[in-house]
Design a protein around this ligand. Sequence first.
Ligand code: ZN
Length: 207
Amino acid sequence: MSQDIKYQIVSVVNELYDAGLITPKGGNVSTRIPDSEDIWITPTQLFKGALTEESLIRVNLQGRKLEGRDRPSVEMQMHLLVYRTREDVGAVVHTHAPMATVLGVFGDPIPPLTIEAIALSDAPVVPFLLSGTKEQCQSVVDALGDGSAVLLQNHGLLTVGDDLRDAATRAQQLEFAARTVVVCRLLRGEPTLIPEKLAEFLKKIVA
Ligand SMILES: [Zn+2]
């Protein structure tokens, strides 16, 4: 089981790297280990385009390292606080996705401009704080609330899900929606949004 999870993490990191969401050294992915109080998380500093299962790190929810030869990122603290706060969360994805970062820099949330973007249009923008600090971790968790995604100003994005697939898919949807917004603004300015009443109706369906 544990081996399957490690394979899944490496596959998801490869997928997000190939999609341009994870930069060569930026971004981290974690998932709970069933029937335990532990998680597997990706290491810091290593090139994310060629991670192996051997580079993953097992830690408990207090951050004590239990297995692995490499070091976790300081951003692990953000993952751990999400898991400690949200029992329903099975996986966390944090990436420095370029278009989500562009929107975050301007403090702009995703507007409801496509059906796919609607589910993520509530994702708040968290002001920039130093990674790994108590204040930064708490501000991310507070902004996330019982939601599934946040934009991190001058930094990237964070998504959560029932499992890795769920969290990674959400990260990709967020980045694609952000890309659509950025391209619209570059071409012609503010895009036409889905009318408010229809957006509210659709949100109930796609949420
Ligand atoms: Zn980061």
